[in-house]
Design a protein around this ligand. Structure first.
Ligand code: ZN
Length: 163
């Protein structure tokens, strides 16, 4: 039986998500091995930032389903009741504007320019397609997840949940 939304304090969330071990930082000096490890994490479901967002949503009593591969852009989190999808974007891979994590690697710049540019173009198409289908689209950047309190307030505003 539920007795209203569960509220987790920062420590509980940190324990659940191991968020303290996760640092939103990506530099150009990482090794290729490290880069491919990062890539596998980004492509996987359980990336740190996404876990953290899920935990916050859960704490706010918002029900969601995970990545829906049938919807345009495969949104990371789907909230059917709010007809809202959330994309949790890595700042490097999706070129977060004016973000310190959005760096262009010095090696093979043309490759990265093209690859990351394609990601951004795909993101724009996905958002447009989701809106066309009548969904609200919310993008959360990995750097925003570092400030949990602020992110929680922002989610409260988006979903009109009383603090
Ligand atoms: Zn960012």
């Amino acid at each position: 039986m539920r007795t209203g939304p569960r509220v987790l304090d920062a420590q509980q969330i940190a324990l659940r998500t191991n968020v303290s071990a996760w640092k939103p930082r990506m530099t150009d000096r990482i090794t290729p091995e490290r880069r491919s490890w990062n890539m596998s994490r980004i492509k996987g479901r359980d990336t740190g930032p996404e876990k953290c967002v899920r935990s916050l949503l859960h704490g706010l009593g918002l029900r969601f389903t995970l990545r829906n591969t049938r919807l345009p852009g495969k949104p990371d989190i789907v909230l059917p009741r709010w007809r809202t999808v959330i994309f949790v974007h890595g700042c490097f891979w999706h070129r977060h504007e004016n973000c310190h994590n959005n760096v262009m690697p010095k090696t093979r710049p043309e490759f990265w320019e093209k690859k990351l540019g394609e990601n951004v173009a795909r993101d724009q198409r996905s958002v447009a397609a989701m809106r066309q289908l009548g969904w609200r689209v919310h993008v959360i950047w990995e750097c925003e997840v570092a400030d949990e309190a602020k992110l929680r307030r922002s989610l409260q505003r988006v979903f009109k949940v009383a603090p």
